[in-house]
Ligand binder design. Sequence first.
Ligand code: ZN
Length: 318
Amino acid sequence: MKLDGIHHISAITGDARGNVDFYTRVLGLRLIAKTVNQDDPGVYHLFYGDELARPGAELTFFEYPGAAAGRAGAGMVHRIVSRVGSVAALDFWAARLTAEGLPVQRAGAGLRFADPEGLGHELVVGAVPDVPLTAEHPDVPVDMALQGFEGVRAFSARPAGSAAMLERLMGAARPGDEDLWELRGASRGGWIAFDPAPSDPGRPSAGTVHHVAWGTTDAQMPDWVRRVSDAGVPNSGIVDRHYFHSLYFREPGGVLYELATDRPGFTVDGPVEELGRRLILPPFLEPRRAEIEEHLTPLPDPRAGRPGPGRPRAAGQG
Ligand code: ZN
């Protein structure tokens, strides 16, 4: 059994409006779902991704309004690495981010920057056959666009334990000398790399990653639950996350992992053209929609004013 690289990454924002602005207007991702934290429906859970909301490019944020800036420490992901198509794309992003007033740094073959809340990012030129997962944006030509996740870099509190779980339990391969493990399945691949942890403890808050999810299928999920449980790893059991089915467990170095299925996907809410426009509520919260919408941070539609979807609808159709 192999995992299909990174399915999604979930992080924390203290500023939902600034978050939507940066990830849609600046980075050119699509807002693919706008829902609420099921445990606290007064705050958002925002999802960004490619045009078709496919696993491999989904970046989600839990909103903690006004949360102070956090800091990555041992047991936390500290940088999200995304693919672009060419060196010219790195130059494009260096210029675009600089024009936004964000510092950028060339490091080896990559371009590093942080989002406005300090969440670390790096862009690298992809060298894999995976389908590019791009979103449409009027100011970002498609051959410059972000193409989905290449990997994540984390600080492990127990590197040997992190390596053992990846290799023995999760089917990961270590392609070189670096502390980097690739998880590659039938449809995609991605990696996690470990850097020496700073001495200061981490502080989970705005601008930090909450968990990283690896892709699987509904057919294989029961086998993964069995495998994780048989290894004695405490886990959540299968959780219905509306857009996918999930299994959570913490790896020995402290990073929270999730395994997430490719189905049903975001079109469970409606046609792909409409994704991200309307607040999605789980059925048990739908009766409270008016009250919930009144208390949420007002957010603009990032695609307001763009041509489409505006599809004509037959009378009487909802
Ligand atoms: Zn998740």
